[in-house]
Design a protein around this ligand. Sequence first.
Ligand code: SF4
Length: 349
Amino acid sequence: MQKILDKSAAGEELTLKDVVRLFSADPEEREFLFETARKIRDREFGDKIFTYGFVYFSTYCRNDCSFCYFRRTSDLERYRKSVDEIVELSKNLRDAGINLVDLTMGEDPMMYKDGCARLLEIIRAVREAVDIGIMVSPGAVPKEVFPEMREAGADFYACYQETYNFDLFKKLRLEQDYQTRIDVRRWAKEAGMLTEDGMMTGLGETLEDRADFVMRMGPQGCEQIRAMTFVPQDGTPMSELKAPDSTAELLAIAIMRIMYPDKIIPATLDVEGISGMVDRINAGANLITSIVPPNKKLAGVAQHELDIDNGHRSVEYVFKILRDIGKRPATNEEFREMIEGKRKELGGC
Ligand code: SF4
């Protein structure tokens, strides 16, 4: 293990076998990996942690992903927020000191109509109202929409492959095209946006699958990369599966940090709520995502209710916990500087 870490620290490329070895760390080795990842994160980013707020503005979706609570065939009450409501929520996040608003939706046919006109209107309205970062997570929109999303004011585009194992992908993202889901991130980059990819752990993937995913994240060039533990959802074909613990996700966070020191790597509140946040920060994450304002009738994705209305995913609570562990929320100026640097690397303005 030490040899592999030395190799990585010397800038040498790790092999699939090396990364599989890291994923098979025993409990003592895991602690060592987390410690190494923390040191690298602190060297790169100091004591600051970036913070993203989450506005899941439409829970309608045309897709039928087998792991997702909001899949098309689920019989549930859905909502679609108005432009004014979305702007108001974004302003609240800005006023609270959050660095970026993540505008997320299911693949809502209404938002895809007329060249994604409504989606673009929402991005424009939020851009006009707030000067913080904007991430869009609208699913696999058509190629011609990417330059328009960038022009409307989106900084980031997020779209998760979940797995690069083709057979597993087909079982998860039913009736969706594997290659298109890869292409969309490239189209976003070509349009000048920063991008995010993500893997899901605990779905029956092998250690090789996990290692393969992490290895592909480098050449693909996403500025933000994540791992999230699968959470079985009521009413889905995967509801009866045993919920995995978060060990694989924590290891993935640490390994990604070791291999890609300057990437933005989230600690999500959407899997284990506030109780899992500190573990993820301690594994090398440098961003808290899925902060949700309480009592606004907003859902999370993997955990559609967890810690939302008790306020434990609220800005104040998250900031307090961060300070308790000797970290601090990054200022908007620090965040802007970071993304401008990354955009320059991309060759954009
Ligand atoms: S994961 Fe996204 S695309 Fe798939 S069903 Fe859920 S909301 Fe729709």
